[in-house]
Design a protein around this ligand. Structure first.
Ligand SMILES: [Zn+2]
Length: 198
């Protein structure tokens, strides 16, 4: 059974033990990173805010560790998702994607592309539980693809934003295909989904 993680949960279970200093030591940073990977190997983020909060603590490397850990449990690599990875039959062989869908492959790449390369132990204050401001807009802040789509950014822009990251695309079955993203974009921009905010 997959559990749901929230910002208060991350603060209590992972960050609470590291509130003495504004800057984590290398060892503490490694502990936090491995705790996050372990946590997300069998859970998913409650909402977009939770994933954005978590992204402030992640690097492309730790994010890849998360994807691999989830893949080992056959859970979609995108941490907002609780679906299983997809299976495809090709040339008589089953191939497994590390995502549930093309759309989540894109979401995941878009997120990974923005993650900071700055080591966690050099990011001042990101682990502090007392000063977190959800509207904080600094170098560790990320935008999610879902937000872009809600804001009606064209799929051409999104494709070009993710294109130069293809070398890091470890997915085997969903690359080079934006069909689902186009369909999703079409759906939200034609207003069929009335709960979308603009
Ligand atoms: Zn998914």
């Amino acid at each position: 059974m997959m559990s749901v993680i929230s910002i208060p949960f991350i603060q209590k279970e992972i960050l609470q033990a590291h509130q003495l200093h504004e800057q984590l030591s290398l060892f503490e940073a490694q502990m936090v990173e491995s705790a996050i990977v372990s946590m997300l190997s069998e859970s998913f983020c409650k909402n977009e805010e939770t994933l954005k909060y978590l992204a402030r603590l992640l690097s492309p490397t730790s994010y890849l560790d998360i994807i691999n850990a989830r893949s080992g449990n056959k859970i979609c690599g995108y941490p907002l998702c609780h679906e299983r990875t997809s299976e495809n039959l090709s040339n008589g062989l089953f191939t497994y994607s590390i995502y549930c869908s093309k759309f989540h492959s894109r979401c995941s790449l878009y997120l990974m592309r923005q993650l900071s390369q700055v080591p966690l132990n050099e990011r001042l204050g990101v682990h502090s539980t007392s000063y977190y401001n959800p509207s904080l807009n600094d170098v560790y802040n990320v935008d999610l693809l879902e937000e872009l789509i809600r804001n009606r950014i064209s799929t051409d822009t999104v494709t070009s934003l993710t294109a130069d990251f293809r070398c890091l695309e470890v997915d085997d079955t969903h690359k080079d295909d934006t069909t689902l993203l186009d369909e999703y974009f079409e759906q939200v921009t034609t207003g069929k989904n009335s709960c979308m905010k603009y």
